[in-house]
Design a protein around this ligand. Structure first.
Ligand SMILES: Cc1ncc(COP(=O)(O)O)c(C=O)c1O
Length: 396
């Protein structure tokens, strides 16, 4: 849609306008955006943040984690937040940071792996389903990505990963909740490959990190993916996805502080002895404080209830899709993501028709992706299915 995204120009006014004028202008201009409350956003791994987290975020907007000597208490809360996330992922001793999102977290993980490995022209093994943040990371860090095929269940093929290991391998990346289909790679086996070859294993659980810990208690098949696997060195887990936190809130967790030391840098000019191990300098303390508050408020039980609702609705959608003539699911859902394919109708056409009716789903090369987030209600899915049925009849 180039006309909508084309560059726009605007001059700053010489004399400032009254706040109310600007509020009305913004109200009018932002009307074009999708809203989570409409239920039409089915293509995002983010959601309407929890109202309590929004209040906390607003209250502590001035906090800057880039200057721990001034914001010592915020820094302590960030460390407690990391530890709480670590406890969700079987390691309360984890070190790390609350960062801007999954992209920054993945870049930081490979940065640490590269520095620890100290190899010339290092290589990183990822499944072809890995998020494009790893392409960015490889470009920035001068690492070669070795993309390996998937097995018949859309997971990283472990044999192919094993074969790809060379003396230049800096890290293996497994995904716990893939961007396309929400699939979890066989991380138990990948952990063995990493250990046998003495290679760093990073897990991208940006999406799955707030879902997978609850599968067992909700009656679904539990999947190994976290620090309970001995070779896992770092995990990306994003509070601003299924954690219900305001954007920006990603998480990079290291098994212990010795790993993050590999990227730690002294900041020479701040008002105290300060070290940084994030990409950003000045960074939001409000994000970390809001995540802290939200984890304390929701507790495990609160998140388990959110995941329960999302998964039940996901399975209902998957079953309805299977019952609908003309479309099918790509694979059984693992998390709250459904891939929809068709062997009769071009999915690009279905995508366009859904968009005309106001639905935002994701378009991958040969399937559509629907993500059932906490803002999605059964009534939204009912309407989506009615529209889908009509579209299929018209296109058939
Ligand atoms: C598995 C995975 N990793 C990383 C990311 C990147 O996260 P962000 O958009 O917060 O940078 C995404 C985004 O959807 C993702 O699905």
């Amino acid at each position: 849609m180039p006309s909508e995204t084309a560059q726009r120009t605007k001059e700053m006014p010489e004399k400032g306008l009254p706040q109310n004028t600007i509020r009305s202008q913004l109200e009018a201009k932002l009307r074009k955006d999708f809203s989570y409350s409409s239920g039409k956003i089915l293509c995002s791994m983010c959601t309407n943040p929890h109202s309590f987290a929004k209040q906390i975020y607003q209250k502590y907007l001035e906090k800057n984690l880039g200057d721990p000597s001034l914001f010592l208490a915020s820094t302590e809360l960030e460390q407690e937040t990391v530890s709480m996330l670590g406890s969700l992922l079987s390691n309360p001793e984890a070190s790390g940071s609350i960062v801007s999102g999954g992209t920054e977290a993945n870049i930081i993980a490979l940065w640490a792996a590269r520095n620890l490995a100290k190899k010339e022209r290092g290589e990183v093994i990822v499944p072809i389903s890995a998020h494009h943040s790893f392409d960015k990371a490889s470009d920035l860090l001068n690492l070669k990505l070795i993309k390996v095929r998937l097995n018949s269940r859309f997971q990283m093929d472990v044999k192919a990963a094993e074969k790809a290991v060379t003396s230049k391998t800096v890290a293996i990346v497994g995904v716990a909740g893939s961007t396309g289909l929400g699939v979890v790679d066989p991380l138990g086996e990948l952990s063995e490959v990493a250990s046998a070859n003495n290679v760093y294993l990073h897990v991208d659980a940006a999406f799955g990190g707030f879902v997978l810990p609850f599968l067992k208690e909700l009656g679904y098949e539990p999947l190994d993916f976290d620090f309970s696997l001995p070779s896992v060195s770092s995990i990306t887990v994003d509070p601003h996805k299924m954690g219900l936190a305001p954007i920006p809130a990603g998480g990079i967790l290291f098994r212990d502080a010795s790993i993050s030391e590999a990227i730690s840098m002294k900041v020479p000019y701040l008002s105290g002895e300060t070290k940084e191990s994030t990409l950003l300098g000045t960074r939001s303390g409000a994000s970390a404080v809001a995540v802290w508050a939200l984890l304390m408020h929701m507790g495990r039980a609160g998140y388990a209830a959110v995941v329960d609702r999302c998964l039940k609705l996901t399975w209902k959608l998957a079953e309805e899709i299977q019952r609908t003539d003309g479309v099918d699911v790509v694979t059984e859902p693992t998390l709250n993501v459904v891939g929809v394919k068709s062997d009769r109708i071009d999915v690009h056409l279905i995508f366009q028709e859904l968009r005309k009716r106001g639905w935002a789903v994701s378009l991958f090369s040969d399937y559509l992706r629907i993500v059932i987030m906490p803002h999605t209600k059964p009534s939204h899915i009912k309407r989506l299915l009615e529209d889908l049925q009509m579209i299929i009849e018209n296109l058939n």
